[in-house]
Design a protein around this ligand. Structure first.
Ligand code: NI
Length: 333
């Protein structure tokens, strides 16, 4: 072969290699770009959701105008020529700061409202063992989501352990994370309603309460056909107006894991193991990676201790309780 021919061949070869490199870089860029896009979107969403909770930032508005729905982030377009070159390995999700702290969890409502908690259902009936219930049962519940980086980890853990939980989702997240909600429902979990924008219902009038609950329920049903979802009132806050305006069962909790406060998987684990008993409803939030971390250890351990992890509805029904609209349930004892 002539020298010219060799040179031409070499040039063709170099071009081919170049194309392969460009293709690889473009793919990597697309993946990283997409991940960044999702993260950025979450941050935006959390700030907006939380802005509604900051007393200093609350804008008094007519409830007819809902908080603007966030546009789902479109996939970032990455042109093959401008390829972002990853200099380091992608870092795992950072521990959420700032915006995530604003919810301050849901306060233990019993103490907050100074109410006497009357055990529902069982206690009024004559003591009679239910022969069909042979296993200890509890309901794990997760509020304020969905937030895919955490929710999806929990969904997988539940599935891998043949367990179910209840997710009390935010109405204003339904358009952004439709797939996560649909997946949770499809897996056999219960989807509950945590209102449209996490307002303290005990400070609203009847029509505003109805809007927060019903508008959210409509949005939830676009992703999961749950019908009239059970409600978890934000902060566990309720009063007589809430009780009469809400037409679905209201679900509070008997074990507060304080996951929003500790953000520490060992602390969450300890809180649960020290307090859990048959019929409990446990409060958590699928916003924090530490909550998912804790679940990796908590779920198998609860099963080892003989607990069956079921949805709130299953828990109540297995204990002979028929949930009623406007009634508050703290556990299934
Ligand atoms: Ni909440």
């Amino acid at each position: 072969m002539s020298q010219r021919g060799r040179r031409r061949r070499r040039r063709t070869y170099t071009l081919q290699v170049l194309w392969i490199v460009v293709a690889i870089l473009a793919t990597v860029g697309l993946i990283i770009g997409y991940k960044l896009g999702v993260k950025e979107n979450d941050t935006d969403l959390n700030s907006v959701v939380n802005a509604a909770e900051h007393p200093t930032q609350i804008v008094v508005e007519n409830t007819a105008t809902p908080v603007p729905t966030l546009e789902p982030t479109t996939e970032p377009t990455v042109t093959p020529t401008v390829t972002p070159i990853p200099t380091a390995t992608p870092t795992p999700e950072p521990t959420p700061q700032g915006p995530y702290q604003v919810y301050e969890g849901d306060k233990q409502d019993e103490t907050q409202n100074g109410e006497v908690v009357t055990p529902t259902g069982e206690a009024e009936k004559p003591t009679e063992e239910k022969p069909e219930k042979t296993q200890k049962m509890i309901a794990l519940t997760f509020d304020d989501g969905p937030y895919p980086p955490v929710t999806e980890r929990i969904l997988k853990l539940l599935k891998d352990n043949d367990s179910h939980a209840t997710f009390f989702v935010m109405g204003n997240r339904m358009d952004t994370y439709p797939d996560t909600v649909a997946q949770a429902f499809e897996d056999g979990n219960q989807i509950g309603n945590h209102t449209y924008s996490h307002k303290d219902l005990s400070k609203l009038n009847a029509s505003d309460i109805a809007y927060e609950v019903e508008h959210s329920n409509e949005l939830i049903n676009k992703n999961a056909a749950v019908g009239d979802a059970y409600l978890r009132p934000p902060y566990g806050a309720k009063n007589d107006t809430v009780r009469s305006a809400v037409k679905v069962p209201m679900i509070c909790w008997s074990v507060d894991t304080l996951d929003w406060k500790s953000k520490d998987k060992d602390a969450i684990y300890k809180e649960i193991m020290d307090n859990v008993k048959d019929g409990d409803i446990l409060l958590m939030h699928d916003l924090y990676p530490t909550t998912a971390d804790a679940m990796e250890k908590v779920i198998p351990e609860l099963i080892r201790q003989g607990y069956k992890l079921v949805t709130v509805q299953e828990l109540l029904e297995a204990n002979g309780i028929t949930p009623e609209g406007g009634t508050v349930y703290y556990n299934a004892r």
